[in-house]
Design a protein around this ligand. Sequence first.
Ligand SMILES: *Cc1c(COP(=O)(O)O)cnc(C)c1O
Length: 396
Amino acid sequence: MSQLPIYLDCHATTPLDERVLLAMLPYFTKHFGNPSSITHAYGWEAEAAVKQAREILADAINCTPEEIVFTSGATEANNLAIKGVAEAYFNTGRHIITVQTEHRAVLDPCAYLETLGFEVTYLTVEKDGLLNLNLLEQAIRPDTILVSVMAANNEIGVLQPIAEIGAICREHQVLFHTDAAQAIAKIPLDVEDMKIDLMSLTAHKVYGPKGIGALYVRRRQPRVRLAAQIQGGGQERGRRSGTLYVPQIVGLAKAVELGLEEIDSESKRQVHLRTKLWQRISQLEGIYLNGHPTKRLSGNLNISVEGVDGSALLLGLQPVTAVSSGSACSSTSTAPSHVLTALGHPESLAYASVRFGIGRFNTEAEINRVAQQAIATIKSLRQAQSLTSSSVTSKL
Ligand SMILES: *Cc1c(COP(=O)(O)O)cnc(C)c1O
């Protein structure tokens, strides 16, 4: 078998932690019951596991267990939050505010609502990817019903000032939703302190299984009304029907619990690895950091590289390093992503860009190897490039 490259794409997904898998396993086989079966012990066991998972998640973000709605992931949670609020409040107002650098799972539901007659303001960001709070405050109108701003960006790792945004929204009595898919159990999140009304979570970015997530929905001060987007058996207090996926729910809770236990030490360790990678690669000329230097996820390094072709760079890195580009994920296009475009500075647009996502299982030896290979690849591509351009020039 050929050796797999070093995995540095933890913003796309993370490997399942074996401790999470072990917690999940009994719920596939022995404890397979449906938590909605209230007439026998199989159902009760499953219900007890779901109840415990709900309590763990509630503790993790400082809410009550009833405020957690399980979903298939953050995409569904974002759709439920945005469309669910829009539908429930359309008699109050039809204006929504979000940001240009949001994930597609926020931008696309917003665009869909525009076709139904809602108005959406897409705020720009500063060069470092941070939201300007004055812009946000100016954008709020009497008919604004919802502000949606992500906690941590999936490409450039930038951490938005969630508590400040929450305070502004509360002051103007506008609901505040945050997509915390990248942030949960990586940075502290407290829905009371941060005045968050709705928050999307997912397990697979934090060493849990794919296909499970949750939406936090505030029940008090204010009580958020939400129109269900999936109707049926009335699970999750009617907010999201469908038989609960018990092993995945157990896995989500375990993943978040483990992440929080190790949050400080792991964050320090990843910052150390990231700094090391950046220091090595940025010894070359023409390497630029995308996103704020410190207000970012510990494991995130997003760089633009001058003088090389984007797809050639990725191809060169591929044998050793599994990373993602900052380009639109299309084999035919190396157009920069909407996130890099929104930063609006030329080096993030004109040059090749790479997103390194360092995670729990990466080691210092791996980072050294990646740095070495990235430097070699960039050097050789630049050399080839200058050879071609000089031969072109000599022909002229
Ligand atoms: C991964 C991700 C999503 C989508 O989450 P799924 O659980 O895969 O649906 C949404 N938002 C952000 C910021 C993400 O990183």
